[in-house]
Design a protein around this ligand. Sequence first.
Ligand SMILES: NC(=O)c1ccc[n+]([C@@H]2O[C@H](COP(=O)([O-])OP(=O)(O)OC[C@H]3O[C@@H](n4cnc5c(N)ncnc54)[C@H](O)[C@@H]3O)[C@@H](O)[C@H]2O)c1
Length: 326
Amino acid sequence: MNRVRIGIVGAGFIGNMHARILAEIPRADVVAIYDRQSDRAQALARRVEAEAVPSLTTLLERVDAVYITAPNRTHPDIALAALDRGCHVFCEKPMAVSLDAARAMLEASEHSDRVFQVGHNRRFAPVYQKVKELINTDHLRPHSAHIKMNRGELLDPPWVGRPDVTGGFLYETTIHMLDMVRWLFGEVTSVMVVGSSHEYGEVDDFSMLLTFASGMHATLASSADASWFFPFERIEVFAHHATIETQEMVCVTYTEGLDPRVTTFSFHQLSREDQWGYRREDDAFIRSILDGAPVAVSARDGYKAVELVEACYRSLRTGERIWFDA
Ligand SMILES: NC(=O)c1ccc[n+]([C@@H]2O[C@H](COP(=O)([O-])OP(=O)(O)OC[C@H]3O[C@@H](n4cnc5c(N)ncnc54)[C@H](O)[C@@H]3O)[C@@H](O)[C@H]2O)c1
């Protein structure tokens, strides 16, 4: 195989984003679009010169790989059907909204020779790749971090304020940073979480304390109705007389030593597709399928992110600190 025929399931915001990027990747052909709302499938199909198809089954018959870009709770059924049909799978985050469903997907992907990649796009954002590079190349050995990931609202798209669809705010939004801390700092050993409810019919404001196998610790604050004040997403990493600070997917500031030297890496001129890592993650998926490149964000990574979210909700409910097995 030297080209990949792709089907998109869910023609909303992120389905459009991936389809647009894939249309520019030489070895990828977007051939089929399915959406429960057929007008959306037709509109996207026109945009990328693909065909709008009437069902998931029809789509799976025509493609080598599937992008799952429908709302969160639909992901497991679509992924399992795609793997069963022998398709490669790109599954948007969260992989699932329960540990049982995530485990079923992990097992199915491990029993298959197909590529399974999860859409934790932040790992591909140049800002976060720079943070990882600074930590690794300067052997910083960070001792703590302070992280925030806020939203202005849970109104757009309308289902993001419905925990029966999202699995909860942590699944919809904060999971990005829970995956990010594993990627940057290694395995989490415990979480302790408090939260409160304000605007929406669920807990929508969280304060978390995390510990890591490396000995590091971190705080993570995440609010669903904080406003879109810039930067709504930020990581501050503290090491021996060194600080790394991010501002959304736009820039990284690195300060070291006792004198006030500051280095700033800015990615403000990149497009949204590049800044947010979407183009690189789509490239990586195609390279894994056609060239056998290692899967960049595996089903196991997707499962571990779900495991972290579940532990956070359990800590919130019980008031206890939740420990993970070593
Ligand atoms: N990685 C990221 O940065 C990122 C950004 C946005 C969204 N997402 C994730 O992508 C998914 C979609 O989010 P969105 O913002 O594009 O939502 P959206 O509402 O804009 O689009 C979802 C589309 O899926 C369709 N749909 C619903 N159920 C379906 C089904 N069973 N089969 C086929 N189509 C169905 C809807 O009609 C809609 O057109 C969510 O899981 C979300 O968490 C990820």
